[in-house]
Structure formats: C-alpha cells, structure tokens
Ligand binder design. Structure first.
Ligand code: NAP
Ligand code: MG
Length: 486
C-alpha cells in the first residue's frame, strides 16, 4: 500500500457520526476494513447497534425542524460548498475509495467528480421546489399545492460507489429540507465517514447528516425503520435486500425509493459503427471494473459483425492493466472481496462448461488480492447463469443474433430493467428499439447514461423511484394541498 494511503488513513474518522459527534459503538463492536488489493485489514471502524440506531434517528429528528425551515438559499449554499470542497479534496477521496473498494484510481477520481456533482446539481434544485395554484373547477376556491420535506430519511448504500451512492441520496434529501441517517456498506464505510466530516466542515448543522456503519445490517436497519420519526427509506443495493426493506417499510407505510440490481443488455445492430460499439462496450462493461448495476451484462451482437466485434473487444480488454487500484497506470483493480471473486469464476466456469469460447481472460491470476482479469466469452448459451444474473465483474458474454425482434425479446427476458444499450447507425431504428426495451434507461450509441441531472432508475425488479434530475428531489417530499377560500 502506498505511504500516502497510510497517512490518509491516519486522518480519516473511524467512529459513528451522530448528532455532529464522533462516537464509539454502544457495545464496542467494530468492522475490519480490508484492502482488496492485498486482502489485508487496513483499519477498524465502529459498528453501530440498535441502540445507536435509535440515537441517530433521535439526532436527525431534533435537527429536522430547524433544517426544514432554513431558507432554501441557505441549504443551497451549503450544498454548493460541499461540491467545491469535494472537488478540492478529489485526490484524497479517490485514494480512499481505491483503498477500501479496490477500483482503479481513474475510476475513483471519476466517482468523486460524479459524486460531487450531486451536491452541485441539488444546490441548484434546492431553490426550485415548485408547487402550483389553480382555481377549482367550480370557481369557488383555489387549489394550492406545495411540496414539503418528507422528514427523517434512512439511506442505505452499497460498496460499489461508496461516495456517489451516498451523495445521490444525501444531496436531494438535504436540498428538500430532510435530515438523514446513512448506513454505508460494511466493505466501504471509510468514504462515508470522510464525507460526514466534509459536510460538517462546510456547515451542515449537527444532526442533519448522521452516518452509522453497522455490520449487523438487518438488525440495525430494522431498528432505524421502526423508529416513528422515520418517514422515508432510500436504498441502493441488491434486489434481495431491497425486497426485505420494502416489507419492513410496509409495516410503517414508509415512502420507499429502491435502486436495485440490473442485467443490462447491450445490442449491436448490423449497421453499427463497430469501432464506436467497441469503445461503448468498454465503457459500459468496464466502468468501475464491471462492478456497476449499470454494467452491460449481456452482449447481443448481429451475426454479420459478431466476429469483428468480438475480436476488437477482446483485444481492447486484453490491453487493460490489472493490478492494485491505487497504483498509477492501472486500469482494473481487484474485485471488492473474496466472495465476489469466487462468484465471477463460478459464472465463467458455468458458461464455458455450456460451450462458450474464451476470447480472453477466464482464470483467476496468482496474486494475493481479489483480482479477476478482463474476460470476453463468445457464443454463450442462453441458459448460462451469467445471462440471468448480475456478473458484477469484468466479464463480457457475447450472444449472436440474426433477427432483431428476437434479440429484443431476449434482451427483455429478465426480471430486471435498469438500463439497456443499443448501437446502430440508423437513429430512427435505434429509437424504435429503445421504445421496445423494458428498462428505465437506455444508452443509444452511448456506453454511459449516469448523469446527476437526469432521472436514474429502473423498472421491474430493478427498483422504484428515480435519483438525480428534478425527480430525485421530489422523492424526499410530500405533496400538501390547501383548499383555500380566496
Ligand atoms: P447488498 O448486499 O444489498 O447491500 C447493500 C446495502 O444493504 C449495504 O449497506 C448492506 O450492508 C445493506 N444490507 C445488507 N443486508 C441487509 C439487510 N438484511 N437489511 C438491511 N440492510 C442490509 O448489495 P451489495 O452487495 O452491497 O451491492 C451490490 C448490489 O447493489 C448489486 O445488486 C447492484 O446492482 C446493486 N446496485 C444498484 C444500484 C442502482 O442504482 N440500481 C447502484 C449500485 C449497486 P452490509 O454491507 O453491512 O451488509
Ligand atoms: Mg453484500
């Protein structure tokens, strides 16, 4: 591990952040944070309890009245400062993300910029929370509609984007006037704690943002959601856990936003520009080393261009440098943990067993971290497990097609519906395909869709609600209608 990271770790908080104070866990429990590049523990972080959960909600509840009544411009200015300070600290935050998550520095730097943009975007949205006014149809009174902050929000985030998944929730919640308790993933609690310190520095009042790492996640999140002051849960993670949280939310009729798993198809049509399709495939597959819910999971390529596409894609994948994420010049870091590495290998073995051709990669290298090489498989069987579940690693399965309608039907044959990608030189055809794809987002001749100013989210088992855009702030509001005799 580079010495800059040692120095950085010495400055990063490792305790719970509740009501503006750093605290130990009430039972002294800790979480070991592991460096996936070496498989060694770097530092231990306090792991919250149910009691700490109650304390965190209580802090958020105490801070709510003042924060929701603060002038929108005041909230906006603080969020804007958070953007500026994140950008100023980009290098340190990126190193921290690489150290605890494993991703390559280039990906970590991109994540910090992306994460910071949520603060900028929602600093701009904070002063634009419109309502409406209309005359009732009978003409006898006015219908006044306003948006109010929903209240205390519980935010639960995954390890794959430790900064961006947190800011994508914190920024709109604060913009709308809500206070929050964030439970980060146990693999990556450090980035969330560093963000808590940063938000305190820019003037977020005590109790408005509380951060509660907790490895007993089911129990602790259960305790959070059971607190009467909580009115909202926003979750990003697996569909399996999202369903559990929806059950818990039902008991208290909590407003719920769910950003869940994906199984993105990537279609390359007969007339596509193959060089551009390969460049797009590299981004759609390899952004974040393949550990993204938006990662292209299945490549449907027209038979007439499949050999050319497969060759070019494999050559580009093979050229990527695999190594410790925080080393300069590395393109692909390790996967987040041993379980992830094992799962990717199992999926590859299954596909190969069913007849897939390995164009590049396919085997775990001999190294101490959780590495997996960029891998391209051709002629993958439709029944292979990786066609039906998220790979969450640098592996690209190619399936060849001849009939576009059949390819679209195959693309839609999944319980998920987060994002789809289409490459074609015929824009009208691309738009027709985009219409037919069952997903919340489509990349048309683009390998990336994520943008803080656009509504991000999925259909089917990929989730409920949208993050980013104007919609992202509305998720943290309630509509109030005031019937007014004018
Ligand atoms: P995960 O296991 O669902 O964990 C996500 C978060 O939920 C973590 O903070 C985790 O805490 C917590 N958690 C786990 N079990 C829980 C339970 N029973 N009750 C309450 N909370 C619980 O997901 P992951 O493995 O970290 O992340 C990968 C998944 O996230 C993938 O499926 C990916 O597609 C999805 N994802 C979706 C989006 C999107 O926007 N749609 C974005 C990124 C990732 P612990 O870490 O302490 O277990
Ligand atoms: Mg997990």
């Amino acid at each position: 591990m580079p010495i800059e990271i040692d120095a950085l770790l010495a400055t990063v908080p490792t305790q719970l952040f509740i009501g503006g104070e750093w605290r130990h866990s009430s039972d002294g429990a800790t979480i070991d944070v592991v460096d996936p590049s070496t498989a060694k523990t770097m530092v231990a972080v306090a792991s919250g309890t149910r009691e700490d959960a109650v304390a965190a909600v209580s802090a958020a509840e105490s801070a709510l009245e003042t924060w929701r009544c603060a002038a929108p411009r005041t909230r906006s200015t603080i969020l804007r400062k958070a953007f500026d300070l994140m950008i100023e600290r980009r290098e340190d935050l990126a190193l921290l993300i690489s150290a605890e998550n494993g991703k390559a520095l280039a990906d970590a730097r991109a994540e910090v910029s992306y994460a910071a943009e949520f603060f900028r975007w929602f600093s701009e949205e904070a002063v634009r929370l419109h309502g409406s006014l209309q005359t009732a149809p009978g003409g006898d009174y006015k219908i006044v509609v306003q948006r109010e902050p929903i209240g205390v929000a519980v935010l639960v985030t995954p390890w794959n984007y430790p900064a961006a998944m947190a800011t994508r929730k914190i920024a709109p919640a604060l913009a709308a006037g809500c206070t929050v308790v964030l439970k980060p993933a146990s693999d990556t609690p450090l980035t969330a704690l560093a963000l808590a310190a940063l938000l305190r520095e820019v003037g977020v009042p005590d109790g408005v943002v509380n951060v509660l790492p907790a490895h007993r996640s089911g129990s602790v999140v259960g305790a959070l959601l059971a607190e009467p002051a909580v009115r909202k849960v926003s979750f990003t993670g697996s569909t399996e856990v999202g369903v559990k949280l929806l059950h818990a939310a039902a008991d208290r009729v909590l407003s719920s936003s769910m950003e869940l798993g994906g199984n993105a198809p990537f279609l390359v049509l007969e007339d596509a520009d193959i060089d551009q399709a390969i460049a797009g495939a590299m981004v759609a597959k390899m952004r974040n080393g393949g550990e993204a819910c938006t990662a292209a999971n299945r490549f449907y390529v027209h038979e007439s261009v499949a050999a050319e596409f497969g060759r070019g894609f494999a050559t580009a994948m093979q050229a990527l440098r695999l190594g410790p994420g925080y080393d300069e010049g590395i393109d692909v870091g390790p996967l987040v943990n041993l379980a992830a590495q094992d799962k990717v290998q199992e999926l590859v073995d299954d596909a190969v067993h069913r007849g897939a051709d390995v164009l590049t990669g396919g085997a775990i290298p001999d190294a101490e971290g959780f590495y997996y090489p960029p891998t391209v498989l051709d002629n993958v069987d439709a029944g292979a497990e990786m066609m039906n579940e998220e790979i969450f690693g640098p592996v690209a399965p190619i399936v060849r097609f001849t009939d576009l309608d059949e390819a679209i039907a195959a693309a839609n044959r999944t319980d998920y519906g987060l994002v789809s990608y289409v490459y074609t030189d015929d824009l009208a055809c691309g738009l027709r395909v985009a219409d037919a794809l069952e997903s919340g987002m489509v990349g048309l001749n683009r390998g990336i869709v994520s943008d803080p100013s656009a509504p991000f989210g999925g259909v089917k088992l990929s989730g409920l609600g949208r993050e980013g855009g104007h919609e992202g702030m509305l998720e943290y509001t309630e509509t109030k209608y005031i019937a007014t005799s004018w």
